[in-house]
Design a protein around this ligand. Structure first.
Ligand code: HEM
Length: 489
């Protein structure tokens, strides 16, 4: 899925598909553990590597590394043995893993004739064929373009800035010095409100709470274990997910109807529903729009709060960066107060060090560690042959932590971005090509607003916490901090 959520699910989708695929691969004689012979591609060859154990491939080792604080160790070991692109068998499929920035870039830039997104069957069933996360070709490009343009529009950014300031302030007003503040929970709550506002223009209230509940139920199904037989946990949670998705679709259909009845569909759109309703192509009917709304929530719901939480974690561990960030934000705040002007979205994005902190958090945090694709035909990239039917994992984390590209890569160093090009192929936290994240500006804006308000209103002492990387990135103790208001001290 938004292979993002793929990461939610990686660990959860192994056994059944593994058995089937392994059998197929055996019968094709591709289960040899190393070299594949040269072929019509001249000097090119299939990447070296091992398909591991029958049935489970190398999944167990992958997952045990993924749970450690160095998930990339699975890749590091194989990079040494086989090179930056290697063959493995994970998540139930023979997979070519690319930790090579150039190869990954080619894969992401390819069109749907060559690579398509790849998710386990239970997930694709859950999302439905018309999900933007699964669509390919012209309809995917159309929806992607419409959503991307809207999420980048100055109009939406202004709206989101206004709303987010209120949501952040409301959350921060409830913080006290006597209890720890769990940053992960707080940011999750704030980011969900922002997301729902952008997608559906819904304000906090009963319907928002309903939506949140349904969404949580839907996600629980995505996270379940893979034994999909009637009565099993997966079966039950998949059923619950399907039901939750239906309930959301029903709510969205109701909202669409209301908009149409009251002729409320805005020419200058106020939410993603307006954007899709305004589209004149016949392909985007009400059902497709309502079915897609929950899928559009999946990519943004978890990633943005994790970005904000990780930033607080890294800053708490790096007082010098926290100090510089605070000074930069306090300076702007004083200037704005002097002029008697409110903040605009571009003010929040104008602070270079704050942006560098966010960039460095994205690099180190690897919120989405990579994306999954499936080869639609035999493909040759940089001397590597990827056979038709193979899955491909473009693993960003190894590139983001490669000391050939980043000095002391495990060190949080926002200053490195003062002279570094963010648009290089060695930095792809938002993916690339036709599926480049359309929410990237929104994610940065939200993180900038949150950081501004926390550092200008509070000092804090963070409790010790650690990062868990699997199946999604999160903080083990939900990032508790003890705050003191700046006003009173
Ligand atoms: C820190 C935050 C975020 C990160 C790291 C992130 C990362 C990514 C990545 C890596 C992809 C590419 C997936 C692929 O190629 O298969 C992607 C796609 C996507 N993202 Fe994000 N994302 C973030 C926030 C958001 C937000 C706030 C939204 C807003 C709604 C969003 C909406 C989407 C959508 C709809 C796609 C699918 C695009 C398509 O397949 O055409 N993301 N994101």
């Amino acid at each position: 899925m938004h292979s993002l959520c793929m990461w939610i699910l990686l660990g959860t989708t192994i056994l059944l598909p593994t058995m089937i695929l392994y059998k197929k691969m055996r019968s094709k004689g591709r289960s040899s553990s190393t070299h594949d012979s040269k072929n019509k591609y001249g000097n090119s060859s299939m990447p070296l590597g091992s398909l591991g154990w029958p049935l489970i491939g190398e999944t167990i080792e992958f997952i045990s590394c993924a749970y450690s604080d160095r998930p990339e160790s699975f890749m590091d070991k194989r990079r040494l043995m086989y090179g930056k692109v290697f063959k493995s068998h994970i998540f139930g499929s023979p997979t070519i893993v690319s930790t090579d920035a150039e190869v990954s870039r080619c894969i992401l830039q390819s069109d749907a004739k060559t690579f398509v997104p790849s998710y386990p069957k239970s997930l694709t069933e859950l999302m439905g064929k018309s999900s933007i996360l699964l669509l390919n070709g012209s309809l995917q490009r159309r929806i992607h373009g419409l959503i991307g343009a809207f999420l980048k529009s100055p109009h939406l950014k202004a709206q989101i800035t206004y709303d987010m300031e209120n949501y952040v302030q409301e959350a921060m007003n409830s913080w006290t010095e006597d209890n720890p503040v769990y940053i992960q929970d707080q940011t999750k709550h704030i980011a969900f409100q922002v997301l729902v506002k952008a997608l559906i223009n819904l304000d906090p209230g009963e319907e928002m709470e309903f939506l949140k509940k349904q969404f949580q139920e839907f996600m629980a199904g995505l996270m379940s274990l893979p034994i999909n037989v009637p009565g099993s946990r997966l079966y039950r949670s998949l059923q619950a997910s399907k039901l939750a998705k239906k309930r959301v679709a029903k709510l969205i259909l109701k909202i669409i109807q209301e908009k149409k009845n009251r002729k409320m569909v805005q020419e200058s759109p106020r939410d993603v529903i307006d954007v899709l309703l305004n589209d004149t192509s016949e392909q985007l009917n009400d059902e497709l729009i309502s079915d897609n709304m929950i899928d559009l929530m999946i990519p943004g719901e978890d990633s943005v709060p994790v970005l904000m939480t990780l930033a607080i974690k890294y800053l708490s561990d790096c007082p010098l960066a926290l100090q510089q960030l605070t000074e930069e934000n306090l300076k702007l705040k004083r200037e704005k107060e002097k002029l008697g002007e409110p903040f605009t979205w571009s003010d929040y994005l104008s602070l270079p060090f704050t942006q560098n902190v966010i960039t460095e958090t994205l690099r180190m945090g690897n919120i989405i560690i990579g994306v999954m694709r499936k080869a639609m035909k035999d493909v040759e990239i940089k001397g590597c042959i990827i056979p038709k039917g193979y899955c491909v994992l473009t693993y960003f984390r190894s590139v983001h932590l490669d000391d050939n590209f980043y000095d002391f890569p495990n060190q949080f160093d926002p200053w490195r971005w003062q002279h570094k090009d963010m648009s290089s192929r060695n930095f792809t936290p938002f993916g690339g090509g036709q599926r480049l994240c359309p929410g990237l500006d929104l994610a940065r804006l939200e993180a900038s607003i949150f950081l501004h308000h926390i550092v200008t209103q509070f000092r804090w002492v963070a409790e010790k916490d650690s990062i868990i990387n699997f199946p999604t990135v999160r903080l083990k103790k939900r990032m508790p901090i003890w705050v003191k208001s700046r006003k009173e001290h």
